[in-house]
Design a protein. Sequence first.
Length: 156
Amino acid sequence: MSSDRSTVDAETDVEDDARVCVVATRPETFERCRAGYYPCPRSYDRTRAHFTHMAFYRTAPVSAITHYARVTGRVEQARGESGRMDADDWSALIDPFSMEEVVVVFALGPLVPLARPVENDSMGVRGAWYCSVDDLRSTESLSALSTRIRGGGDDP
């Protein structure tokens, strides 16, 4: 059991209606989220959307939304500039998906594991979905979450 599982859904000061941006993460990206940041090409709509939390759909080793975190800041960083992203981060996280030269780096609070992950029973998460913390806590599957929030993606 990973150390972040010991505080299952422990963020009690978050409002149930707090707005959440749900994004898909590969293992490399999820490790950066554990380290306190999530980079995103600046051209993606989610970089301009208003939300207070991010939730993470993991493609491996499970296929589920397993964690969320408070967004504590956003900062732009251009390729080659000093900042949170180094050359290895660009190669692993941005280059496989985008030719973007500027990213928005979301600073994150501690990851909070959901008491009950939102399991993939359909096609996974593509783009960004928006919901509330209560939506995450009260649905068991991606199809139920999708129905509850009436669709949802913003990015390719």
